[in-house]
Design a protein around this ligand. Structure first.
Ligand SMILES: [Zn+2]
Length: 495
């Protein structure tokens, strides 16, 4: 046993070092690197990727993971969780024929480009043959990976959210369908009007930057272990608890965008920064799952950052930075502005109330495609139908419909549902936390530290050592229950 542990740990140490370099290059590419450096960088990254592949497919390394998995009862709990995850990842190398897997990698390395062109030209037929291949590969993949317990779309869902398959998601989305679809129609009926200053104002970047800096302080984002930069699309990128970086994007015609993307990414970052540092050198640093990660970003963004208590305290600072633009606008009007619910077409711009329904459309379409009940060619028509059924708004073109998201183009089917799940986890976690910490009071007293501390002890500290189901039990003392989410939304959007 010890020999296998030594082999595994030695290889992990080397892979971590390579991973660190790749991470730095990736960060540089998204934030600082001049455009003209791309070809040179791609060449170097390619060489590095070959070296990493050699290490990852080393028979001794694979054997070590398999043996440790067979003898997992002799391992301590954290190491066992790590080995189980590594073994799960090995399935693809072991069960999918190498040529097919490589062909798929080549396909998705080019398909994002094809998708971008199709979206730009609003021409689904340009993307159709590529998307058909992506779906075809995923349908074959689930055949290779199926087990007596998991089949079809279940396999893909479980890849992105451990322990969540069709049964769990059907229950979740059916709850949203029953409780929210008609509620959204009513809640979006009343038209709110806002000062043109909010919708048409110009908010200079320098002041927006100053407010983002101010937010870092409010939320306790530690600049000793993090960095805030700008990128086209905001993201979080961490390598260990001691270095977790975020980006935002400043739109001068949209004040809310940078505020909420900064808070959102800070939520992701705090999760990783508050991991137990003992995970830094392991493969279970980070979050429990995509859904759990998203729960943290959305809890900070929506449940804290869009709360009335938050703006009662911090709105004066915003007015100080934008005295002309916000002149005459009360905190109540600003609060209503950042919490307006409306039927919209674009998922990433959707409000908190309608967001889950946008995801539900994608869930149903993916399920039908993988089951073979829906042809890829019929997607645009079916998309429009479901959007008008659930969100109450029908796209008139595919750019604002089926072509809006990048995910399918890089091969990810089964990923979308984790976004909606994250918001639902957040509602349940908020309820549990509120029994021990008076959240509104903490926000009002500028004591977000107290919230960070609770989340650290109940979620963040565990890193990736618990599955999302285990973590929900630890943090909230009950299994996942989507009713918390529905109740939260109905309460917030009824007033
Ligand atoms: Zn996120």
């Amino acid at each position: 046993m010890q020999a296998y542990i030594n082999t595994y740990e030695d290889m992990r140490r080397r892979l971590k070092a390579y991973g660190y370099y790749a991470w730095l290059v990736g960060w540089d590419q998204e934030t600082e690197a001049p455009k003209g450096s791309i070809e040179y960088r791609t060449k170097q990254v390619g060489v590095m990727a070959e070296e990493v592949y050699k290490l990852q497919s080393d028979p001794d390394y694979i054997e070590a993971i398999e043996k440790l998995y067979e003898n997992q009862d002799q391992l301590d709990a954290d190491f066992k969780a790590e080995i189980r995850q590594m073994f799960k990842d090995l399935r693809i190398i072991k069960k999918v024929p190498k040529e097919e897997y490589i062909a798929f990698q080549v396909l998705v390395s080019q398909s994002t480009h094809v998708w971008a062109e199709a979206k730009h030209k609003d021409d689904f037929n340009l993307f159709l043959p590529t998307l058909e291949k992506v779906v075809e590969f995923n349908r074959k993949l689930v055949k290779y990976l199926e087990t007596p317990e998991l089949k079809g779309y279940d396999i893909l869902l479980d890849m992105y959210e451990d322990g969540f398959g069709i049964k769990e998601y059907d229950h979740f989305f059916n709850t949203l369908k029953e409780e929210l679809v008609s509620f959204v129609k009513e809640a979006t009926e009343k038209k709110e009007r806002f000062s043109r200053k909010l919708t048409k104002g110009i908010f200079p970047k320098d002041q927006q930057k100053a407010f983002s800096r101010y937010l870092l302080d409010v939320f306790g984002y530690d600049l000793n272990h993090g960095v805030l930069k700008e990128s086209e699309h905001p993201f979080t990128s961490g390598v260990a608890s001691i270095d977790t970086r975020i980006t935002t994007h400043y739109h001068e015609d949209n004040l809310a965008s940078s505020i909420f993307s900064t808070i959102h990414e800070m939520g992701h970052a705090l999760y990783e920064m508050q991991n137990d540092p003992k995970f830094d050198d392991t493969n279970i640093h980070g979050g429990s799952s995509l859904g759990m990660h998203e729960s943290q970003s959305r809890l900070y963004e929506n449940m804290i950052g869009r709360s009335y208590a938050f703006w009662q305290l911090h709105y004066p600072k915003l007015v100080e930075l934008f005295p002309k633009q916000l002149k005459g606008i009360t905190v109540d009007e600003f609060y209503r502005f950042i919490n307006q619910a409306k039927r919209s077409l674009i998922r990433i711009e959707a409000d908190e109330l309608t967001y889950g329904l946008h995801v539900m459309v994608r869930y149903e379409l993916e399920k039908a495609m993988i089951n073979g009940r829906l042809k890829v060619a019929d997607l645009p028509r079916k998309w429009k139908q479901l959007m008008s059924q659930y969100v109450g708004k029908r796209p008139t073109n595919d750019r604002e419909g089926v072509l809006q998201d990048i995910h399918w183009s890089f091969g990810a089917i089964g990923y979308f549902p984790t976004y909606a799940l994250g918001s639902a986890y957040a509602a349940q976690i908020y309820q549990a936390m509120n029994k021990e910490v008076d959240i509104e009071q903490a926000i009002a007293e500028n004591n977000i530290k107290a919230i960070n501390a609770w989340l650290k002890d109940h979620i963040h500290v565990y890193g990736g050592s618990k599955t999302p189901k285990e973590l929900m039990l630890i943090a909230t003392k009950e299994p996942f229950n989507p009713n918390y989410y529905v109740d939260y939304l109905k309460q917030k959007f009824s007033v």
